[in-house]
Design a protein around this ligand. Sequence first.
Ligand SMILES: Nc1ncnc2c1ncn2[C@@H]1O[C@H](COP(=O)(O)OP(=O)(O)OP(=O)(O)O)[C@@H](O)[C@H]1O
Ligand SMILES: O=C(O)C1=C[C@@H](O)[C@@H](O)[C@H](O)C1
Ligand SMILES: [Mg+2]
Length: 193
Amino acid sequence: MPHAVSPLAEQARSALGRRNLVFVGLMGAGKSAIGRLVAQQLGMPFVDTDTEIERVSRMTIGELFAAYGEPEFRALETRVVRRLLRSGSKVVSTGGGAFINDRTRRQIERGGVSVWLKADLEVLWERVNKRDNRPLLKTENPKQTLEKLMQDRYPIYQRADITISSRDVRKEVIADDVMHAVIAYLSKGRTNR
Ligand SMILES: Nc1ncnc2c1ncn2[C@@H]1O[C@H](COP(=O)(O)OP(=O)(O)OP(=O)(O)O)[C@@H](O)[C@H]1O
Ligand SMILES: O=C(O)C1=C[C@@H](O)[C@@H](O)[C@H](O)C1
Ligand SMILES: [Mg+2]
């Protein structure tokens, strides 16, 4: 297992102990990019649930939505998240809707420290409009759809243990914010899970 790469990362790694670190938030918030970077810095394994779902189903997320519909996708997502959170501590980046689903959110609440990457509409839109691989945004006005998802989902993402502002700065800056916040959150007298 690789070691944490800086004193900050080392301190965050040791605070986490055997816990998982789970990134949640809307499409484009940076869960995959920041999750991967934080995992590298902490010297922990990294898994992205969307990638894992595509691997086990041998279909893309778009194909899954088209063939089976969103409810089936959510059921598969719940199972994948549960399995990942039970198989050794790691950094997990979830798909945008995972924390919104009651069953999946309960898995995350039980299985790790959750980090909401919170971004404003312009930042999200700038990042997601470059690709069209998000089935929920295949609408007439995808920016408006994204705004509606923000209104519906932000009150739920807000339940995450930690909130980090995912703004237009280098990914390393956000990764440092995450590690500082993890240390602060876990120093509040919490016991190892
Ligand atoms: N701080 C940042 N600076 C510049 N680019 C960023 C930053 N954070 C994320 N990005 C870029 O924004 C795009 C979307 O990020 P990412 O794929 O990590 O989002 P996500 O939250 O995983 O979205 P989804 O829920 O759709 O999987 C990627 O191209 C990523 O490299
Ligand atoms: O926000 C969502 O509900 C989604 C986000 C993506 O990560 C994928 O999990 C899928 O496109 C659904
Ligand atoms: Mg992602």
